[in-house]
Design a protein around this ligand. Structure first.
Ligand SMILES: [Fe+2]
Length: 149
């Protein structure tokens, strides 16, 4: 008998804690990060994603050559993936009480990746090098939504 009474008490305590955690929002008492620094870092990542999206979209449109359709599709897919990363980052910044910096003014200076078009139409070699640089590494890092505890 006392076991079921204990169980009921535990359920009430679990519910009380759950309500408390929900009311605390994304930044709980256990949050060990510095929220402002985290938001600043996430906003640098936001700028990087924006540059990657634009670069991939350019190459998705301008790819030329025998394999251009496959290359266009590949770049278009990369652009979609980078856009998903941008959405996740912006949402997380919002959850932390910050504002995602989507202002196009200064985005290049805030980004870790380059915007590379090439001189004649699309330069796949340069695009591929840029892709394996900051954008490519960003894709590897963002296989899942970014989590910051
Ligand atoms: Fe990304």
């Amino acid at each position: 008998m006392s076991t079921s009474g204990t169980f009921l008490t535990d359920i009430k305590e679990i519910r009380r804690r759950a309500r408390q955690h929900l009311s605390e929002g994304a930044v709980t008492q256990n949050y060990e990060g510095k929220v402002e620094e985290t938001i600043a870092l996430l906003n640098h990542a936001v700028a990087t994603e924006i540059v990657c999206i634009l670069r991939y979209k350019f190459h998705a449109v301008c790819a030329t050559g025998l394999a251009s359709e496959a290359v266009k599709a590949e770049f278009a897919q990369h652009a979609k993936e980078e856009e998903q990363h941008l959405d996740w980052l912006a949402e997380r910044i919002n959850q932390l009480g910050g504002k995602p910096n989507l202002n196009p003014d200064g985005v290049i200076s805030r980004a870790a990746s380059e915007y590379v078009e090439g001189e004649k139409g699309c330069d796949h070699a340069r695009a591929t090098r840029a892709d394996s640089g900051a954008g490519g590494r960003a894709r590897e890092r963002h296989a899942r939504p970014p989590r910051h505890s």
